[in-house]
Each structure stands twice: as C-alpha cells, then as structure tokens.
Design a protein around this ligand. Sequence first.
Ligand code: ADP
Ligand code: ADP
Length: 236
Amino acid sequence: ASAVEIRKVNKFYGPFQALKNIDLTIPPGKVTCLIGPSGSGKSTLLRCINFLEPYDSGEIRIDGQMIGYDAPGKLMSGRKLREMRRSIGMVFQQFNLWPHMTAQQNVAEGLVRVRGLRKDEADERAAEALRKVGMADKMANHPARLSGGQQQRVAIARAIAMEPQLMLFDEPTSALDPELVGEVLSVMKTLAQEGMTMAVVTHEMGFAAHVADQVAFLESGELVAVDTPSTLLHHP
Ligand code: ADP
Ligand code: ADP
C-alpha cells in the first residue's frame, strides 16, 4: 500500500488558480475522503496525484518518488510516468467500459495489453477480480446488459486486477441511481478493509463518516480542514 505526500501544490487553469498551496498526506492502507463544494478543486487534486492533471508547483510524492517531474519544473519522461502509474488505479464517475466487450474482456484487456499477460492468464485474473466485486455470474454480459452499479463494479475490478498500491476514486457513485449506490460503496469498503490506500472524492457523507480514516475538506482551491471524520462530520 502506497503513501502519498502532497506538499505546497499549486495548480492553475490559465489565470484561474484551482489549487492553492495544498499540503496533505495520504497514509498507506487508509481511506482519505476529499469533500467540499462543487468547483472547490477535489477532482483536480485527485487527478494531480496520478498526473492526469499536471500541477504547476510543489511536489507530489508516491512512496517518496515525485510524480510527473524528475526535479521541480523538469517533466519526467512519458515512459517513467507510465511506469509510476502502473501502481495507481483510478475509477471515474463514468464507467468507461468498452461496449463491444463482455465484463470479463473489459477487465482482461488491460492485463494483456499493458501487463503482457497471456490471454488465458488474463482471463483467469479477470475472473478473480470480478468475483471479488460480486460479479462472478455476470462476467459474460456486455455493459448494456448491466446496471450502472454493476458496470461500476466492473470498472473497479478492471482497476484492482492490475494490482495497484493506491486507488483513486472520482465521484464513483455520482452517476448512479440512488438504489445502486450502496453496492458500489460496499465493494469500496471491502477494498478499504483489505488495506488498500484509497483517495475518494465523494458527496456520500455516510461513506466518509463511516469508512474514511481521514477527511480533507476543500473550499475554493484551499484545503481548509483535515481531520478524522468523527471530528469533521456530524453524521449519525
Ligand atoms: P470539484 O471536483 O471540487 O467539483 P474541480 O477540480 O473539478 O472541482 O474544479 C475546480 C475548479 O477548476 C472549478 O472552478 C472548475 O471550473 C475549474 N476547472 C476544472 N477543470 C478545468 C479545466 N480543464 N479548465 C479550466 N478550468 C477548470
Ligand atoms: P463533474 O462535476 O460532473 O465531474 P466537471 O464540471 O468537474 O464535471 O468537469 C468535467 C470535465 O470538464 C473535466 O474534465 C474538467 O476538467 C472539465 N472542466 C471543468 N470545468 C471546466 C472549465 N471551467 N473549463 C474547461 N474545462 C472544465
């Protein structure tokens, strides 16, 4: 399980400063929820962690190694960045599954293409990941024949099949009908209990209150509070 250290990170979109001097440690094996109003910079901060969004100054280190830059201002090679990203899984609000592939093929594809596994090995590991998210009986279904909650569980299986050391979740339940939110949160809770390091942007205050070890509250690009959920949130 990886640790993430975010130090004095600033991020601009043109003249607009989306992140202001962010300092945050995401401890290994723990769940950190990023909360705050829409537009406060949560998604930007999450995307800076795997350098999907380049930060402009400061440092983000994963297990001590800076991501995106070899030294301040000096971009690392694409090859090195891809290498670092191999240990980081990400799940988005939109599931981004390939519509023409079954659930199992969706999970196996990356294992073949990115990890170079043989097809039979990839299929076996995909099946294992799908069992873990409770999708054993739907492996042969195409996304169109899965509910939103099931599709998101396939997306989570696709990420965990790569055996990441860190998982980033960007509003993973926001696109779901309310009755399907629970099944996805429950899979995330299981991952947390297995000791995965997780950073989760969410509006699900129940999840933040009950599953997070740490809650980071952003407002207008600033980190205004970091604390345990029991201190920061008042939730039954
Ligand atoms: P949150 O996830 O908290 O809703 P975001 O990180 O998505 O916030 O966005 C933070 C701010 O940065 C918002 O004001 C948003 O409009 C702006 N923003 C996000 N992405 C871009 C972009 N690609 N170009 C310009 N502005 C952006
Ligand atoms: P959501 O809140 O549904 O995730 P967002 O508003 O955060 O949607 O943004 C969706 C996409 O649009 C993201 O890729 C984000 O970077 C981009 N984006 C957000 N705000 C702006 C903006 N002001 N200008 C340009 N792109 C933006």
